[in-house]
Design a protein around this ligand. Structure first.
Ligand SMILES: NC(=O)c1ccc[n+]([C@@H]2O[C@H](COP(=O)([O-])OP(=O)(O)OC[C@H]3O[C@@H](n4cnc5c(N)ncnc54)[C@H](O)[C@@H]3O)[C@@H](O)[C@H]2O)c1
Length: 247
């Protein structure tokens, strides 16, 4: 069985709440972690809170040229990526008539294009070593059309789910698993600041577990899917929604 110790994970959106919790969990499991986010200031501000080997890599995942350059740099200076966590994303709550084309492109760029670009770049190494893990941060919105989330966001997450299935099918024979996690309403600024108090109160009534999800609970699922004994799970989207939606 493949040990995780010393393997390299790339976590996008690592300066955000879920990315940070994920990076910390993977470091605890002995992986080395590339921390990606848009700006180096955001990554630098994370400071010395990591116990383990980290490599900050600030770049915009929605820009293909930047992805190519930076993945090559990571490979040369830190090593090949064995575990890819496509987690960066932006929320938009506008429904279709209110969604501007620029907003549509920006949300699709960050939430979908970035995952495709990075997957394309890291797969050759994973295939060659016949082991790899790719985990995509999807969303309940991708399955429901968005309870509070808007059209561009829900569409981007639905497409990310399809990308997960497609790449899982293509790569299973190479020892690579590709899965998604569909969280809903984690206690993050996305939920605590971008939703109104009234929306939050209403939501809590419809979440059977009766609370919002904690970032560490998300990171725990990443950890599980990354682990060697999860090698028979691929093409799965794991719900993390406190019973709000069953499928
Ligand atoms: N918070 C929730 O309840 C919730 C629910 C479902 C899904 N999600 C998904 O979880 C993921 C993480 O969300 P979060 O709550 O931690 O949000 P967050 O805003 O705290 O973190 C997202 C991070 O992604 C980064 N980012 C955005 N665009 C980028 C780009 N083009 N290139 C590189 N980095 C970029 C941001 O700078 C930010 O640090 C997102 O994909 C989000 O859609 C969150």
């Amino acid at each position: 069985m493949t040990s995780l110790h010393g393997k390299i994970a790339l976590v996008t959106g690592a300066a955000g709440v879920l990315g940070l919790a994920t990076a910390k969990a993977l470091l605890e499991d002995g992986l080395k972690v590339v921390l990606n986010d848009l700006h180096s200031e955001k990554l630098n501000a994370l400071g010395g809170q990591f116990k383990g080997d980290v490599y900050p890599a600030a770049f915009d995942i929605s820009d293909y040229d930047q992805v190519v350059l930076n993945v090559q740099k990571i490979q040369g200076e830190f090593g090949n990526v064995d575990v890819l966590i496509n987690n960066a994303g932006i929320l938009s709550n506008n429904k279709v008539i209110d969604t501007q084309p620029e907003e549509w492109r920006k949300v699709l760029g960050a939430n979908l294009d970035g995952a495709f670009f990075l997957t394309k770049m890291v797969l050759p190494h994973m295939k060659a070593q016949r082991w790899g893990r790719i985990i995509n941060t999807c969303s309940l919105a991708g399955k429901t059309g968005g309870l509070t989330a808007g059209t561009a966001y829900s569409t981007s997450k639905g497409a990310l789910q399809s990308l997960t299935y497609s790449v899982a099918r293509e790569t299973a024979q190479f020892g690579i698993t590709v899965n998604g996690i569909a969280p809903a309403y984690v206690r993050t600024p996305m939920v605590m600041e971008q939703l109104t108090e009234a929306q939050r109160t209403e939501l809590l009534k419809s979440i059977p577990v009766g609370r919002f999800c904690e970032p560490e609970e998300f990171a725990h699922v990443v950890r599980f899917l990354t682990s060697p004994l999860a090698g028979f799970i691929t093409g799965e989207i794991i719900d993390l929604n406190g019973g709000l939606h069953f499928d």
